[in-house]
Design a protein around this ligand. Structure first.
Ligand SMILES: C[S@@+](CC[C@H](N)C(=O)[O-])C[C@H]1O[C@@H](n2cnc3c(N)ncnc32)[C@H](O)[C@@H]1O
Length: 481
């Protein structure tokens, strides 16, 4: 078994020290065979390193999506793509092939006009420039179990959007903001991507030198393909991945590297069932982060971490998608060899979550242990790390400011379970608007639009999509800008 670790760097001074352990502290409820051991980097002066247990279950059975049955889409049976007639899976597709397959399916749906119920909204080619549509479509398809969790992750990586079933909340002045589920989520779901700017090791070092102690830095460094990379999520861009807090005792998510179009992406997957209203967390690693020992010392008594009424009782359950046929090569993680096990995922579409986990693992077996999938010897000594902001009380006035009142803007998701997708997106937007507006957070005029709130554009070189249907390619590209 290999074990991955991600390392977070905390910019600024601290008295945290590394435990220099194997960081086996978090397993959640899953067995993680995709992890591999990565020794920590030596601690450089002024930087704090922690190890993060990286990796999500080898099975990623489900996908959290729209909870509302209001999206009563009449989906056509999946059209077979050329070459899909055969029951044999054949060699695993390349990432691009798999992404293309996924997007071609989306293209079919878009092309066929995806309808909601009578009299309800339609998502069609004519509306492809509506930035909400792709996200809604992705969620509906996932809810309808058209996606595996990895496909779901891939689709969201390509769309550059977060799911509307997640919301940002200010927790307290100690912890700052966090990300919460606004509906229950199954174990093994794709949750969100830790989005940001992909940097080489050299670029990352330059950034670290440039960022001073008063800046919030969210530099997540990791090994991939035998080299060290970094996702810089320092920019307040409205994306949620950068706001997920640490929990080394009972995390409900784990980070997994997903390779799409030759680029690594850091994605969170649930490692246990998550209730509506629960905060999403993952283990930053086996280090002495200050907040772990301070344990809410800085939290005033009147700042209870009480979830707001609006999302705690959201009743809907998110279902898991069926395992997909061609998802193996999305994962960049090494897989233990289990030769002899079946890789036919099409035979049982009523799989349980455990079955799906197993199936997913089996799909992974089809991925050859090539250079892309196995970190080099050298790579295993390049620990993954995140540059993280300082403790909440140090990172800006927005953390200690009370949440702005949302008076007049209802965020009560319980009151109307027949809400439309637009309502949900609108609510999501309203939650985002609850971020205190200090200088860093004040959105531009355009930023107040929903699409900009949930769009996390990436540099052009990271989002080069090819082989998509022209309409879908256009749709995704439009949604990115
Ligand atoms: C990636 S950011 C998470 C978002 C952050 N809470 C915010 O409001 O911007 C990491 C920072 O969040 C805070 N943090 C994360 N997990 C925490 C925890 N369990 N308790 C207290 N603070 C935490 C620390 O200040 C840390 O530097």
């Amino acid at each position: 078994m290999f074990r991955n670790s991600l390392k977070m760097l905390l910019g600024g001074k601290s008295n945290r020290k590394n435990r220099n352990s194997g960081s086996d502290s978090v397993e959640g409820e899953c067995v993680f065979e995709g992890d591999y051991a990565v020794p920590p980097l030596p601690v450089t002066e002024g930087m704090q390193h922690i190890r993060i247990m990286e990796g999500v279950s080898r099975s990623l059975p489900s996908s959290p999506l729209l909870s509302h049955q209001a999206l009563n889409m009449r989906l056509q049976p999946l059209k077979r793509l050329p070459g899909e007639e055969s029951q044999e899976l054949g060699p695993p597709p390349s990432v691009d092939e798999a992404a293309n397959t996924l997007m071609t399916r989306l293209g079919f749906l878009l092309g066929e006009k995806v309808n909601e119920g009578p009299g309800e909204a339609q998502y069609s080619m004519e509306e492809q420039d509506d930035p909400q549509n792709l996200n809604v479509l992705l969620h509906v398809m996932s809810k309808r179990k058209r996606f595996s969790p990895v496909e779901d992750a891939t689709a969201h990586i390509l769309s550059g959007k977060d799911k509307p079933c997640l919301e940002e909340r200010f927790i307290n002045s100690h912890k700052g903001r966090g990300v919460f589920a606004s509906m229950s989520i199954d174990k093994g779901c794709f949750i969100l991507e830790y989005r940001g700017e992909l940097l080489s090791q050299e670029e990352s070092q330059t950034r670290q030198n440039r960022y001073n102690e008063t800046e919030n830095t969210f530099l997540f460094e990791f090994d991939w393909n035998g080299r060290q990379w970094c996702i810089d999520a320092s920019k307040e861009d409205g994306s949620l991945g950068r706001l997920v807090n640490d929990n080394n005792k009972t995390p409900n998510c784990k980070v997994k590297k997903i390779s799409v179009e030759g680029k690594p992406h850091l994605c969170l997957f649930s490692v246990k069932a998550i209730a509506s209203g629960e905060e999403l967390t993952y283990n930053y690693g086996d280090s002495d982060w200050p907040w772990r020992t301070q344990l809410n010392q800085a939290v005033p008594h009147n700042e209870e971490n009480i979830p707001s009424e609006d999302s705690t009782h959201f009743p809907d359950k998110i279902n898991c998608p069926k395992p997909a046929e061609q998802i193996g090569s999305y994962l960049s993680e090494p897989r233990p060899s289990n030769s002899g096990q079946s890789t036919d995922h099409n035979s049982d579409h009523s799989s349980t979550a455990s079955d799906m986990m197993e199936n997913h693992s089996q799909v992974n077996q089809a991925v050859p242990h090539n250079e892309e999938n196995i970190p080099s010897e050298e790579g295993t000594h390049l620990s993954d790390k995140i540059n993280c902001p300082k403790p909440a009380e140090q990172i800006g006035s927005y953390l200690s400011e009370p949440r702005p009142s949302n008076s007049g803007q209802s965020t009560d998701h319980n009151s109307d379970h027949s809400s439309t997708a637009s309502d949900m997106m609108e609510n999501h937007s309203q939650v985002n608007q609850a971020v205190p507006h200090n200088e860093e957070n004040i959105p531009s005029e355009e930023g107040t639009h929903l699409s900009d709130k949930i769009n996390c554009p990436k540099p052009a070189e990271q989002v080069d999509i090819f082989g998509l249907s022209p309409a879908l390619d256009l749709l995704i590209r439009r949604n990115r800008h």
